[in-house]
Every structure is written in C-alpha cells, then in structure tokens.
Design a protein around this ligand. Sequence first.
Ligand SMILES: *Cc1c(COP(=O)(O)O)cnc(C)c1O
Length: 435
Amino acid sequence: MTDLATQDPAIFSAVRGEVARQNNGIELIASENFVSRAVLQAMGSPLTNKYAEGLPGRRYYGGCDQVDRAEALARERARELFGCDWVNVQPHSGASANAAVYLTLLKPGDTFLGLDLSHGGHLTHGSPVNFSGLLYRAEYYGVERSGPLAGRIDMNRVRDRALVVGPKMISIGASAYSRDFDYAAFRSIADEVGAFLWMDMAHPAGLIAAGELSNPLPHAHVVSTTTHKTLRGPRGGMLLIGNDFENPFGKVARKSGRVRNMSELFDSAVFPGTQGGPLMHVIAAKAVSFLEALDPAFKAYARQVVINARAMADEFLRRGYDVVSGGTDNHMALIDLRSRGITGVVAERALQAAEITVNKNMVPFDDKSPFVTSGIRVGTAAMTTRGFGKSTFREVVRMIDRVLNHVGDESVGREVKGEVLELCRHHPLYDFVTA
Ligand SMILES: *Cc1c(COP(=O)(O)O)cnc(C)c1O
C-alpha cells in the first residue's frame, strides 16, 4: 500500500492500525469474519470504476463485457452453492437485499410477522426506527421464557400468532438466535394463512451452504443474505428465490400491465427499485468467495465453526454461565450475564481492554436497555478462519471468565491481553501493512 501511505498518511495510518487490531485481537463478534487475500484483491480492483446498471447481457451502459463475466460467474456459483435456480448478487448489503424483499412482496401498511427484535430479530425485521417498521406493520413472535423450549421458538405459538395477525408475509432469520429453524413448519403456517415466507439467512448462510444447517430454499419463497458473515465473502448482500416459488405465486404477479414472474419482480426491486449502479468490484469479490465456499475445504471450515461454537457454549455452561437456549446449533452463543451480576456493556468494555472483542446483546425478556443489555453474543466464524480449534476456544472462554471475574482489575486485563497476543501470534492473519 505504498501509494496510499505516501499520498494520504492519515488514512493509511487508520488502515494500518485496523489491520494490526485484527491481527492482534480475538474477534468473537458473531457477524464478522476474515476474507482471503484473493477476495481483498478483487475488492480493491479497478472494477470499482465501472457503471453496470441492469443485468449481465442487458445493461444500460456500454463496455460491460468483463464485468458481465464476473457477475455471471458470481450468479452461477451462488446457485450451485445453495441449490437454487435464481439469485441476484447485486444488493449492496443485507439491509439492501431485505429492502428489495419488502418492496416486492408488500405494500406500505401491510402486516408481516417476524421474530421479536429483543429475542434476536434484526433491525430490518420491523424496528420502529428502520424502514421496515416505518413503512409496514410489524407483528412479532418470540422465544419461550421457560420450559423445555426456553430460549427457542415454539412453532405452535408462531401458528397462533399468525392466525391472529393474518400477516401477508412471515419472516424467519435472526442476528442473535443460536438454533436452527423448522422451515417446513414455517411454510405450512405460511400456507395456512396465505402468507409469503421469507428467510433472512444473513448469519448462517455459510453453514447452510456447507450443509451444517438445514437449507431454507426448499421451503421459503424468498431468501436474503449477507455475504460477509459465515459465508466469508466481501461485505454485501444477495437474494435467492426458493425452489417452488413459481408454483403457488409465480406468473400471477401483475405489474406495469403485464404478467411477470417473481424473479423479474425481485430483479427490478433491486434495480431500479432500491439501488442504482451495482458495485462490480464487490460482485467480483463475491464470485471469488463463492468459489472458495464451493471448495471441500470450506465444508471442513464450516464443520469446525459449529464444533467450536458447541465447545465454547459448553465451556461457558461448565463455568456456571447461563447460555440462552442451553447451547447452540450454529456459530454463535448468547450468554445471559444476569446471574453473574454484570451487564453486557460492562462485560464488553472489560473484554475489549484485553483485546477480546464481543458485543453486548439483549437477551430474551431483558429488562435493560439496548445500550446496557444483560448479555453478550459470541461467535466462532472469525477465529475459526484463523485456525482456532475447540480446545483453543475453551481457552478463550477461560480468559473471558477470568476477565469477567475481575472487572476493574487492570492487571488481570493486562495479563489476559498478553495471553491473547501470544495466541494471535500462533495463528497469523494478514502479513501486510502491519505496524
Ligand atoms: C447482519 C444482518 C443483516 C444486515 O446486513 P447488513 O449488511 O449489515 O445490512 C440483515 N439481517 C440479519 C438477520 C442480519 O443478521
């Protein structure tokens, strides 16, 4: 990065500092991961210069031959990865992909039913400060407070809610839910009440691609995702149409006076509906990451992510912590700190001082505000990329436990930080622009 270093030392310094931070800390934020150098190179390429509104072969601009090749490959690989017939790889982010879902399936004021935000649902699933809650009527289902399904979704209750609310769409997907979903049950409820079924697999996409979790595509009408969480691609989004969408709803949607199939409707909801020109450098990088995800090595990676998450959750339980739902099926665990007498924000800060990055998170039925919270969310996707195995994750939990048992004790923080640095040295990440 010599040009950047000489031309703009201030920005170079921020980049260098961030690379050093990533190299020298334990990253447990469940939504983050580390991309390969090949993905970084595609993202940093001159493809960023190209305007390519439209789709491959049908662009509004000339000179698109090369970016068409890149986008066609991204689409082909994504279809193979998830076993579906149609994808759109242009959404700039998960939230952009979701905007296209709403625009296609609902009209402003329509009711939809999604997972309660304080039980793990995402901002774009009806938060009052987000377009989804501002333009549409959000109703919620949640997880159980107690009993055998504590911390999990009870499908009987989802059905009861759906029958009462009569939603036009039911959404599945979460930012802080550590269990798999029963897609077939969701679909039968959606069919019973005449609703569209939308799965937002932003978090578990990589685990679904690798077959570690069940695949929503045979059940959901539409699936949205990010590409940068467990899928380990560049920051971005994507839309996929479920396998039998065309049967019940296809060819019946009318717009601009002619019958169009659902894929056309979703395509036009992305562009021109919610976006302008696609980010062709990011789409090329998506293609690179999809090729990586098709490699058997990615299956092994995803397997390890899940094994590590189970070991981590188990170690928290062994040390007397409350793990929401009692464990995990995916890459994350939600730790309820109420029984330990500390809040999420205090835990987050204490761990940050030791270079262990987690995020404070609401737990179901939390009595604290989102700025304080009663829990932390921890994930294994990023550090598994760096080669951490299950015994290392148990070590990490030991370090977390030590810090949380000595909040405010700076010498403990310093000692753990030393251990963190040592662990990171044994699992190198990026070897460029380091401080
Ligand atoms: C992360 C996430 C998103 C949003 O992705 P962005 O790329 O940050 O817009 C959407 N839905 C869910 C469930 C998520 O976890």
